[in-house]
Design a protein around this ligand. Structure first.
Ligand code: COA
Length: 506
């Protein structure tokens, strides 16, 4: 075992710094700030956070936790249950943590995922005491080779007072060479980011670190948690078909070729299903410039549909993990993992002209989108990277099923109860009933299109009634202000947005 570990620690002096997770957490005290690796369940530091949760049982403490995005191995859940978090940012996706956030037992800062690095670099956020990052190996010159995600690890390592590395023996060594780490430098002093093509490499294969800052190396052997996405269903398959119809229309109009443009696809079951739709399409030689690479992406690469994929994490189901991680060589030259600041960078998103596909919880009749807050108040996961992409993409597409909770909720509402993506950023809305292309349309042109093409048939008449009443009130973006959120209030009080059921219950 020792030999296998030393093979992964190229820098000889660092071999002396191996410690247990318990020793590592003895350095962590109440009030500290931790920068953890991990992005949508991939590449997260596992052993040290777990040991910290154990330590807190004897010795209560609270820390601030910054990450790339959501963590796996139930770490967010267990940290929330143990009550060890004072503040968490920039994203999470765990049911227990979600509940604690909404009960305000811990503070949550819901941040654009490209912003965290800037705020850390410029010392706006509380300084990081310990960066705790998972690595597949450490090179002879002391560079940290990340595992299945890069997330914010690079900036955390750079800015933290000390660094703890979790060397994960269960992560495939063959991940070496898949990363491209680029440091943008300080705002006001930096040069343009020299990335002009999806498959370009602009940085180093690992995270350069001042080895004097490495406090310890903890050896672990726990695999990532598999993703929790559910397979495509009839509705998500229909959404995928409408997306393809829309893209075909763009090709027919001469605005795109059959190679399309680099694609970004968001997290979750809907986005994954939508990507599966591309498998049987005529589009070919596709490029992906995205954040999370989910199962569908690997099927598209395997099928020869996707030529190259750039992401910042690989979040896979159990069966896909087995298939991909034992066969990583097949993806050499077809895949790169970058810091989230680069995968989500506005400069690059605009330059490459992405087609960006993300999921909405709800959209309103004018095209504003809510991706984060149920009934305007209850945090779901966070905005993640959706805002980074929505504002800057060539084509910003939001997908959603037309209704939720067995039809009790309409995903198309008079007015969204929280705005993550304003009407100015949303080009196309797609549900299982069709797509509404909003580009170049005034608000009063958008509303009928969204209602007739995207709303669930049961909700179309009530939406028409709302819009017609609003038109009588006048204005550029007509509303009946006292009724604008009445659908959400009805759901809160009676468990349904349906008018007829509400009348019965009243
Ligand atoms: N009101 C209340 N609940 C709603 C809802 C609405 N309008 N629309 C959906 N939901 C519920 C669903 O019922 C489901 O609940 P369940 O988990 O209890 O079954 C849950 O939200 C997830 O919905 P689902 O349709 O399965 O979609 P998803 O798994 O694709 O997730 C988001 C959708 C919006 C939650 C998810 O994509 C997200 O967090 N997005 C924001 C971040 C982001 O876009 N990141 C990507 C950038 S790269």
């Amino acid at each position: 075992m020792e030999q296998r570990i030393f093979e992964r620690i190229g820098h000889r002096a660092l071999r002396e710094r191996i410690v247990t997770a318990e020793t590592a957490v003895s350095w962590i005290h109440d009030g500290m700030t931790l920068g953890l690796s991990g992005f949508t369940r991939a590449g997260d530091a596992k052993a040290v956070p777990m040991a910290l949760i154990e330590k807190a049982k004897q010795q209560p403490l609270k820390v601030d936790v910054y990450t790339g995005a959501s963590l796996g191995s139930d770490i967010d859940k267990l940290m929330a249950e143990a009550g060890i978090i004072r503040k968490r940012l920039p994203f999470q996706a765990d049911a227990t943590m979600r509940r604690k956030i909404n009960e305000r037992e811990l503070l949550f800062v819901d941040q654009h995922l490209s912003h965290t690095a800037e705020l850390v670099r410029s010392d706006v956020l509380k300084p990081i005491d310990y960066a705790i990052v998972e690595a597949v190996s450490i090179t002879e010159d002391g560079m940290i080779i990340p595992t299945t995600s890069v997330g914010n690890s690079s900036v955390f390592v750079n800015k933290a007072r000390r660094v703890i590395i979790e060397l994960n023996m269960a992560q495939p060594k063959a991940l070496y060479g898949f990363h491209d780490i680029y440091e943008v430098g300080k705002q006001g002093e930096r040069a343009p980011i020299p990335l002009t093509k999806v498959d370009e490499r602009i940085g180093t294969i690992g995270i350069p670190v001042d080895i004097a800052k490495i406090a310890g190396i903890v050896i672990t052997s726990q695999t990532d948690s598999p993703s929790t996405i559910v397979p495509p269903d009839q509705e998500t398959a229909a959404i995928a078909n409408h997306l393809i119809d829309f893209l075909r229309a763009e090709v027919a109009a001469g605005r795109l070729s059959e190679r399309l443009a680099p694609i970004q696809a968001g997290i979750g079951s809907v986005a994954n299903a939508v990507l599966y739709g591309l498998l049987d399409s005529e589009f070919y030689d596709l490029e992906v410039y995205s954040e999370v690479l989910q199962d569908a992406m690997f099927d598209l690469i395997d099928a020869g549909k996707v030529r190259f994929a750039s992401g910042c994490s690989m979040t896979l189901s159990e069966s896909k993990m087995e298939q991909v991680y034992t066969n990583l060589e097949a993806y050499q030259g077809k895949l790169v993992l970058r810091p989230q600041e680069i995968s989500n960078h506005p400069e690059i998103i605009r330059r490459l002209g992405l087609i960006s596909i993300n999921t909405a919880l709800e959209a309103d009749i004018y095209g504003n989108v809510n991706s984060t807050h149920v009934r305007g108040t209850q945090m779901m996961n966070g905005i993640g990277g959706s805002g980074d992409f929505a504002r800057h993409a060539r084509l910003t597409i939001f997908v959603t099923k037309s209704s939720a909770k067995q039809g009790a909720i309409s995903s198309i509402v008079p007015f969204v109860s929280h705005v993550d993506h304003t009407e100015h950023d949303v080009d196309v809305i797609i549900t299982e009933y069709g797509y509404a292309d909003l580009r170049g349309l005034a608000p009063v042109e958008r509303a009928p299109l969204i209602i007739e093409r995207c709303a669930h048939p049961d909700y179309r008449q009530p939406l028409r009634d709302y819009f017609n009443e609003a038109l009588k009130r006048g204005g550029h973006t007509p509303h009946v202000l006292e009724k604008a959120l009445s659908w959400h209030i009805r759901y809160e009080q009676y468990g349904t947005m349906r008018e007829e059921q509400y009348e019965l219950q009243r």
